[in-house]
Ligand binder design. Structure first.
Ligand SMILES: Nc1ncnc2c1ncn2[C@@H]1O[C@H](COP(=O)(O)OP(=O)(O)O)[C@@H](O)[C@H]1O
Ligand SMILES: [Mg+2]
Length: 233
């Protein structure tokens, strides 16, 4: 179980996360909020990349700052797309990430085959990532996130910048990650997460909204109402 207690993060005078608390068990969770709400910051804190100013993150009851590698080995993280690793082939990128994750040489080949099959990139594995489409780049990022079957999978805007067909494909792939892990997916697009999420966490200006504020059964309406002042149409 993953538990956040009173996470607060500031950049200078700006409070980016304001006493965020929640607990997650296995299942698919959508982290839904407009740009600038604090989704990536929260994900960086959950994955231990960024320290919080206040509060702590607990994995099965233990502070992740104390667990360190024992925790990092159990998580998979696909950060918001950046142009890194463009000069690697898909396969080389996955080998590199598998090594960082401590996957043994013996297990590596089979594991890379498995994740390439999962994201349907077998035929492109020897091509440079630079030549991939936006959707293929997202898929290779998801592939590295699921190397080693992590118990916690964090995907930051995995459908950003994709065409409608790719969005649906990624969404369906995330769905098949199943119930064996905690899967946290951020997005600002309701339809990318609504059909597959077991739970939705709404975030607005660094604060998680409570159930009463998000009780509308129509999530799209909910989103527009809650984020009205921020939605640029
Ligand atoms: N390294 C940083 N330095 C200063 N401000 C930052 C930094 N990272 C994020 N912010 C600010 O924190 C807020 C939340 O950003 P972010 O977590 O990226 O939101 P989201 O992922 O929901 O779009 C934004 O106002 C952003 O400008
Ligand atoms: Mg973000």
């Amino acid at each position: 179980m993953l538990e956040l207690k009173e996470i607060t993060k500031r950049y200078g005078d700006q409070v980016v996360l304001d006493h965020v608390s929640f607990a997650l068990e296995n299942g698919i969770y959508g982290l839904l909020g407009p740009n600038g709400a604090g989704k990536s910051t929260l994900m960086n804190i959950i994955t231990g990349i960024l320290p919080s100013d206040e509060g702590a993150v607990y994995w099965n009851g233990k502070d992740i700052q104390e667990l360190k590698t024992d925790y990092f080995e159990q998580i998979g993280y696909a950060p918001q797309q950046q142009g890194c690793y463009d000069t690697f082939s898909g396969c080389r990128f996955l080998s590199y990430m598998a090594t960082l994750k401590g996957i043994t040489k013996q297990a590596m080949e089979q594991e890379i085959e498995r994740v390439l099959d999962f994201v349907n990139l077998q035929d492109k594995k020897d091509h440079l990532i630079r030549t991939y489409s936006g959707g293929m780049k997202q898929r290779i990022l998801i592939a590295q996130a699921i190397l080693g079957n992590p118990k916690l999978i964090v995907l930051d805007e995995p459908t950003a910048g994709l065409d409608p067909k790719e969005r649906v494909r990624i969404r369906e792939q995330i769905k098949t990650l199943g119930k064996e892990a905690i899967i946290l997916v951020s997005t600002h697009v309701v339809s990318d997460i609504e059909p597959i999420a077991d739970h939705i966490l709404w975030i607005k200006k660094g604060t998680l909204l409570n159930q009463e504020e998000t009780s509308d059964t129509n999530l799209e309406q909910n989103f527009l109402r809650i984020f009205e002042e921020e939605c640029v149409k």
